[in-house]
Structure formats: structure tokens, C-alpha cells
Design a binder for this molecule. Structure first.
Ligand SMILES: [Zn+2]
Ligand SMILES: [Zn+2]
Length: 66
């Protein structure tokens, strides 16, 4: 379990592309943990959640079978 996943995404703090590392998840998300840390400034970002998709959907729309 020593292989940390790393991705390169835009960091709002650094205002540039930075390498992000996924810290050990303590919330039980496992491989699906959306938390990533910028190795340069330490900013935590939530990546992996479909933010763009969510913005396109009407917020009031919810179809849950009661
Ligand atoms: Zn997590
Ligand atoms: Zn950064």
C-alpha cells in the first residue's frame, strides 16, 4: 500500500498545473476517495466527483422513490 496515486491538475492556489497526491483516506472512501493534496502548496481538492455534470443538472430535480 505504498504506491500513492498521483495526478496533474490545475491548482487554484498555485494558479498552475501541479502534481496532486491522494492521501490515505480516513473516511472509508477507499479507491473512490475524492480528496487530493497539492504537493506544492498542500491545498486539498475534491477531485473525481462529477462537479461539471452536477452543475448542468437542475438542483431542484430529485427523483427518489419514497
Ligand atoms: Zn476519503
Ligand atoms: Zn498548489
Amino acid at each position: 500500500m505504498s504506491m500513492a496515486a498521483m495526478i496533474e491538475v490545475y491548482c487554484p492556489e498555485c494558479a498552475d498545473l501541479r502534481v496532486f497526491e491522494q492521501p490515505p483516506c480516513v473516511d472509508g472512501h477507499g479507491m473512490d476517495c475524492p480528496e487530493w493534496l497539492c504537493l506544492t502548496c498542500g491545498t486539498a481538492l475534491l477531485i473525481g466527483v462529477p462537479v461539471e455534470l452536477r452543475e448542468q443538472l437542475p438542483r431542484t430535480f430529485s427523483s427518489r422513490a419514497a
